[in-house]
Write a protein that binds this ligand. Structure first.
Ligand code: PLP
Length: 384
């Protein structure tokens, strides 16, 4: 590399969040962009797939009987590594730019992909102590140093502490800060201006990884500002929650085109199956169903919250598809969770000691059945 090129790279590093060093070199190039991408580039169909070594001539009788012909047609072939049809629908329904989107196998895969591209082993990443634990699990698995900061806790709220996240990023020269917004398990939502302020306060060479898995359940979800990709920010969404496709693993990232291109360099290109892509397209072609589901979830969430508040429960405001209830302490929450499990009822409790006193209940109709969660009702201390 020439001295000029080295200097340019150094300057870039000072003013922009950084990717892993090796990604600044040419490649790696995906060796299998796939037949769908090739067809688009050539502008015509390739009806004879004689080069991809798929099992196109499989009988699949048992599979056909079990799942039907349509599903089996999606089983034979590798899917579209560029998820073009799905991205087109995301553009059409949500107003994103096509080049700002990258589809992967759920939000979790996007967290792992982002870490892989931006935070090599030995670098430091920051998150809130007790937030969605998969981020920390992936970060540690990759050899990153995970620094966690406390939530901001008061009688009225339990929220990721944005100032503390920014301070820690400076103090530890972090590569990346992770924030779930809305948050899991608290359900807390930080407003857009707070997020913008966090981005401004972070070191210029540090990424903000915004996990927006619960975005669809916020009141302002359709605001046009959310269509924009923000500099220095990688946002991740999922079709697991509002669109009911958790088992099929579909999510997407929203970022600027140069960022998407870097993520593409290390993405597992066929991670999203052809069937999953097809199902996601069908779901997005019927947006009224998801819209109805989202509204129903939000109604149930408020009913559930009102129920426990009437009993004196310390229910956290939530912009998600669940509610969090704070009990007096982690031991009590653990006991209640264990008792419920004995009765065949699973509610969630953060494994992280910092949030062990919070129980998380998904806003399903089942949670509203009288007597279903009596154990929690009994554990509520109205004086808390
Ligand atoms: C904050 C958060 N991010 C990501 C996920 C996982 O999403 P996906 O199913 O798309 O991997 C979850 C699931 O509970 C979550 O709570």
């Amino acid at each position: 590399m020439s001295r000029d090129a080295r200097q340019t790279r150094t300057m870039q590093r000072e003013t922009k969040p950084r990717f892993a060093d090796h990604l600044y070199h040419p490649g790696p190039d995906n060796p299998f962009p796939g037949i769908w991408a090739l067809q688009r580039r050539l502008g015509h169909a390739i009806p004879h797939r004689l080069g991809s070594n798929e099992g196109l001539d499989m009988p699949h009788q048992a599979l056909r009987q079990h799942f039907g012909d349509v599903m089996v047609e999606h089983a034979y072939c590798y899917g579209d590594a560029e998820a073009f049809g799905l991205r087109q629908r995301l553009v059409h329904h949500y107003g994103f730019e096509l080049d700002n989107l990258l589809v992967d196998a759920g939000c979790d895969s996007l967290l792992a992909l982002t870490l892989r591209a931006t935070a090599p082993a030995g670098t430091t990443v920051i998150s809130s102590a007790g937030t969605y634990p998969t981020f920390g699990y992936f970060a540690k698995g990759q050899g990153c140093r995970l620094v966690e900061v406390d939530y901001q806790e008061s009688t009225s709220q339990l929220a990721p502490d944005l100032d503390a996240l920014a301070r820690a990023a400076h103090q530890h020269r972090a590569r990346l800060v992770y924030l779930a917004n809305p948050d899991n398990p608290t359900g807390h939502l930080h407003a857009p201006d707070s997020i913008e302020c966090l981005r401004r306060e972070l070191p210029k060479d540090c990424w903000l990884l915004l996990d927006e898995a619960y975005h669809d359940f916020r009141d302002d979800a359709d605001h046009p500002d959310f269509r924009r990709a923000l500099p220095g920010v990688i946002r991740c969404r999922t079709l697991s929650k509002a669109h009911g496709l958790a088992g099929l693993r579909v999510g997407f990232a929203i970022a600027q085109p140069d960022v998407i291109a870097m993520l593409q360099k290390v993405r597992i290109h066929y991670a999203v199956s052809a069937l999953s892509l097809a199902a996601a397209e069908v779901v997005l072609d019927h947006p009224e169903e998801s819209r109805r589901h989202i509204q129903d979830v939000m109604d149930r969430r408020e009913k559930l919250a009102a129920h426990f508040r009437r009993l004196g429960g310390n229910v956290l405001d939530s912009a998600t598809n669940f509610i969090g209830i704070r009990l007096a302490n982690a031991d009590l929450a653990s006991q209640v969770q264990a008792d419920l499990l004995q009765e065949g009822k699973l509610v969630a409790r953060a494994a992280h000691p910092a949030l062990g006193h919070v129980l998380r209940i998904t806003a399903l109709e089942d949670a509203l059945v009288p007597g279903r969660l009596t154990r929690i009702e009994q554990a509520i201390d109205p004086g808390q």
